[in-house]
Write a protein of this length. Structure first.
Lengths: 125, 293, 552
């Protein structure tokens, strides 16, 4: 943990140094988030998705919100007031697609579902 | 001979009404209140003296003291009812004057209800002796009146000049605001002023009762005369009131000698009106400027 | 939510740890941070129970004019409306409504109607006495309304009103008795007499003022009294004059006579009110009201000729009073000396005072009360005057502006009390007292004080031994959120009395000093304790600041 990671090990070298460093930075952030991720954090988010959060949770959420649109999720409200998760394509003109069949009863559950999905995506990366 | 008679009459009248005039003057200049309730104070003092003379004794000193004390009491009553509640409210001058008029009305009516309409007589205070000085006959009551009122007036002036309370009263006459800053309480000074002036009016009642009877409404004429003298001499100035008293006493004496008693009021008021037109603030209305509100 | 987290210990992981933070501090025990907006919400919350609509008046008053807006009733031939009406929208329902701003004309009309149908409501046993008293009321109310023009509008304290009326009455009755003048000429002659007397009493008014003028008029009153009382011509033997011509013919029955006298007296009153309205509300009244006694210099500076206005009002009012005097004679067939007595003046003043000086309705109310007590309640005896005096005293002691000024007085008192209650309920919780706050010009300063207090209250909850240990271990660098918030607050403080470190030797120990905040004035040494290293010094300064925070 105290050593600097070799950049080329995790992140492919790109011609644009900025893009390269951006990827590197995100990798470091992922490391940090994985360090602070525990059951307490998830529980805190489940209890209160919006509003004041503790510092590690806030940093986690900031990381998730900074992801490109194509890696983010949204909630679509159905006619009967329930929600389903959709993922955006990131390209103009291409419509979003349903991610799963899971139906969320409230927005609160929807937020939590998205959070869990993001964590899964991140840990599998 | 005629002149001396006129002069003596003038002096006597001046003494009695001058007391009330000085009282009105002092009250106005130190408290800012025109006290038209002196009619009530007058009658109250008269009745007080009457009660004492009926129940306790007829000794002149006692009767006069009773008149003075009941006058002071009535003055304090007026202070408590009129001055203290109203002195810091708006429109104090007009409201105070009307309140004293109201007290005069209430007081006279209650005296009427209690004592009945028949006038009462006070005993002769000064005896029946006479003195002859150079062809001039002075009856005891005339001498007594002059002596008593002069003593009272001199006493009041000395008290105002040299005692602490008198100093406070004079300070309030000059500048009430500054006096309150220095620590002279308006209310306590007011009580002293009203007691003192009530005492003066009470003495005037006792002295005047030698000629007239004591009745519930008997204080009105002396009140009007006293107020006229005070205004004529200039509100706030004791010497002006004395001078005006002498002038008006002279007028009264001259009129009753030459024209007949019923024209006294006419000539007096004509003199007052002409003095006021010549000098709109009275003969020596100097201190009135401090009280312009 | 925040209560669950508040000050719960947790292990803070340094986000810079993945980057290789120099000097350690990768994991520190720290505290959770509570929601800072809690203290804000608590401080700025409105704690008083409020109703849903609020204190706005929203009850329905009158419907709007709608299509009839143009064709409203007006005083022909002017375009002036009957009532002063304002169109408003209901605050709750947003309907278009209207509100009558000045309801006094309605009250006047109601009272006049009551007065006119009065005889129908009188108990039949007291019919005649009430009608006579009503006639007296009408005439005296008319006199008092004219008197209010002088005492109220022109604010000249004149007591000569009854003198003018009496002189006019006496002269007209003398003329009628000796020369047989018919009744319709008496008011006109009276008006001429009043005109002359008005000129007589107006001239001294220019020179005297205040109570001197009152004395002068009182003297005039006494003069008239003595003159008329002692003169044979004017019936000194019989207490007055009697036998003048009247419009109440002797041939009518007594009931008709008393009814006629009542209604004619009411017409006189209405005439006086018309005069009052057209003098007080028009130019002359405005000039007089802006130039009261002791403020003439101001009026003159504004270009108002107050002398002419005063002479005008005197002449006008005295002519009106003389006219009423002539009508008095025609009404009562004569006049008695009691009109000149000091008692009448006193009662007249009582009539004016009880209702409130300056308003016509005050004069009428006062007259009503006094005449009722004086003429109707005769069986009460001297108690009546006692009661009149007591009412006068009560009105003057407690009411600033008479009976009709009660609403204004009460509203002023209620506003004062509301302000006091509001200031006791102060919810700002700030550092400045309400009366202090109005003196401070810079309102940002007030807000900052309040904000600062909220900050300090919040930060006091964050300071724990863990934070202090964290700072001691590593004063500089990335800190946990709780410590970071506290440090940011300290760094933002103003320079005055801010702690700093003073290096005594080249590598030497450090001492804590405090800045003066003033240019050119050197800092002061706070304590003698010397810190061996810079980090120790930082921590020392931190401890001092924490101590100050907890003490504040």
């Amino acid at each position: 943990m105290t050593q600097l990671d070799e950049p080329s090990k995790d992140v492919p070298l790109v011609a644009d140094s900025e893009k390269h460093f951006y990827e590197y930075f995100n990798a470091k952030q992922r490391e940090y988030v994985k360090q602070v991720l525990n059951d307490d954090l998830i529980e805190e988010y489940r209890r209160k998705p919006l509003g004041h959060h503790s510092e590690p949770l806030e940093r986690t959420l900031a990381y998730f919100r900074r992801l490109p649109i194509s890696e983010q999720y949204a909630l679509k409200q159905s006619k009967d007031g329930t929600y389903r998760m959709i993922s955006m394509s990131g390209q103009r003109g291409v419509p979003p697609t349903y991610v799963s069949d899971e139906v969320f009863q409230t927005l609160h559950d929807g937020y939590f579902g998205i959070f869990m999905r993001q964590i899964k995506d991140m840990t599998e990366k | 001979m005629d002149l001396t008679f006129l002069i003596t009459n003038a002096v006597i009248v001046a003494c009695i009404y001058g007391l009330i005039a000085v009282a009105v003057s002092i009250t106005w200049s130190s408290l800012g209140l025109i006290n038209l309730g002196y009619g009530f104070v007058f009658s109250f003092a008269g009745y007080g003296a009457y009660l004492v003379s009926e129940r306790i004794s007829e000794h002149p000193v006692l009767v006069i003291a009773a008149a003075i004390l009941s006058g002071a009491l009535a003055g304090i009553l007026i202070c408590l009812v009129v001055f203290i509640p109203l002195h810091d409210k708006q429109n104090f001058t007009t409201r105070g004057m009307i309140a004293t008029l109201a007290i005069s009305l209430i007081g006279s009516q209650s005296l009427l209800m209690y004592f009945g309409p028949r006038a009462k007589a006070l005993p002769e205070l000064f005896g029946f002796w006479k003195v002859e000085i150079g062809g001039l006959v002075l009856t005891s009551d005339k001498i007594g009146i002059v002596v008593c009122s002069v003593i009272m007036l001199v006493g009041v002036v000395l008290w105002m000049r040299s005692s602490r309370r008198g100093l406070e009263i004079r300070a309030m006459m000059m500048n009430p605001h500054a006096a309150s800053i220095v620590g002279i309480g308006i209310r306590s000074t007011g009580i002293y002023v009203m007691a003192m002036t009530g005492a003066m009016a009470g003495l005037a009642a006792a002295l005047l009762s030698q000629t007239y009877y004591v009745s519930p409404f008997g204080g009105l004429t002396p009140l009007i005369k006293g107020v006229s003298i005070a205004l004529c001499g200039g509100l706030g100035s004791v010497q002006g009131a004395v001078i005006a008293a002498i002038i008006l006493g002279f007028t009264e004496a001259a009129t009753s000698r030459f024209l007949g008693g019923q024209y006294v009021l006419i000539t007096q008021f004509l003199v007052i009106i002409s003095i006021l037109i010549i000098r709109p603030r009275g003969i020596s209305g100097l201190l009135d400027k401090a009280r312009e509100q | 939510m925040s209560e669950a987290n508040e000050n719960k210990e947790y292990t803070w992981i340094n986000p810079l740890g993945v980057w290789g933070a120099k000097g350690g501090n990768y994991e520190v025990t720290s505290n959770q941070v509570s929601d800072p907006s809690d203290v804000w919400r608590k401080n700025t919350g409105y704690k008083v129970p409020t109703s849903k609509v609020g204190r706005l008046k929203h009850y329905h008053i009158w419907d709007n004019h709608n299509e009839k807006l143009w064709k409203r009733l007006r005083w022909w031939p002017t375009r002036r409306h009957l009532l002063h009406v304002k169109g408003i929208y209901n605050r709750k329902t947003l309907n278009a409504e209207k509100k009558i701003l000045d309801r006094r004309p309605i009250y006047w009309v109601i009272c006049m109607v009551i007065l006119f149908i009065g005889p129908l409501l009188f108990p039949s046993s007291m019919q005649s006495s009430l009608l006579t008293a009503g006639a007296t009321f009408g005439i005296f109310a008319a006199i008092n309304v004219c008197w209010t023009l002088i005492i109220g509008t022109a604010s000249i304290f004149s007591l000569a009103t009854y003198a003018v009326v009496g002189v006019a009455a006496f002269l007209t009755s003398w003329l009628s008795i000796n020369f047989g003048m018919p009744w319709f000429s008496l008011p006109l002659i009276g008006a001429a007499i009043g005109f002359a007397m008005g000129g007589l009493i107006a001239l001294p008014a220019l020179r005297l003022d205040g109570f001197y003028y009152a004395l002068l008029t009182l003297g005039l009153n006494e003069l008239c009294r003595v003159y008329f009382t002692t003169s044979q011509e004017f019936g000194s033997a019989s207490g007055g004059l009697y036998g003048a011509d009247s419009y109440l013919s002797e041939s009518w029955s007594p009931a008709v006579q008393s009814h006629a006298s009542y209604y004619i007296a009411l017409m006189i009153l209405i005439g006086a009110l018309v005069l009052f309205r057209f003098v007080n509300g028009k130019r002359l009244g405005r000039i007089l009201r802006m130039a009261p006694e002791k403020r003439e210099a101001f009026a003159e500076a504004c270009g108002v000729d107050y002398k002419r206005a005063r002479i005008q009002i005197f002449i006008l009012t005295s002519a009106a009073l003389g006219l009423i005097g002539g009508l008095y004679t025609a009404h009562f067939r004569g006049v008695a000396f009691s009109i000149f007595s000091f008692d009448t003046v006193l009662l007249g003043l009582a009539m004016l005072t009880i209702g409130g000086i300056g308003k016509a309705e005050g004069a009428i109310l006062g007259t009503l009360v006094v005449v009722f007590l004086d003429r109707v309640m005769i069986e009460w005896g001297p108690m009546r005057h006692f009661l009149i005096g007591a009412l006068m005293l009560a009105s003057v002691l407690w009411l600033n502006n008479g009976y009709f000024g009660i609403k204004q007085q009460f509203n002023a008192w209620r506003d004062k009390k509301r302000g006091e209650w509001r200031s006791t309920r102060t919810e700002k919780g700030g550092e400045a007292l309400p009366e202090e706050a109005t003196e401070i010009d810079d309102k940002d300063d007030l807000y900052f004080r309040r904000y600062d207090k909220m900050q300090r209250d919040y930060l006091k909850t964050l300071i724990t031994p863990e934070i202090i240990a964290e700072h001691k271990a590593k004063p500089l660098g990335q800190h946990s959120e709780a410590l970071e918030r506290v440090l940011l607050y300290f760094r933002r403080a103003k320079m005055e009395d801010k702690y700093a470190l003073h290096r005594v030797g080249p590598d030497g120990p450090f001492k804590i000093i405090a800045f003066s905040g003033v240019r050119g004035v050197s800092p002061r040494v706070v304590e003698d304790k010397e810190y061996p290293t810079e980090e120790a010094g930082y921590h020392g300064v931190f401890m001092r600041r924490v101590h100050d925070l907890l003490e504040s």
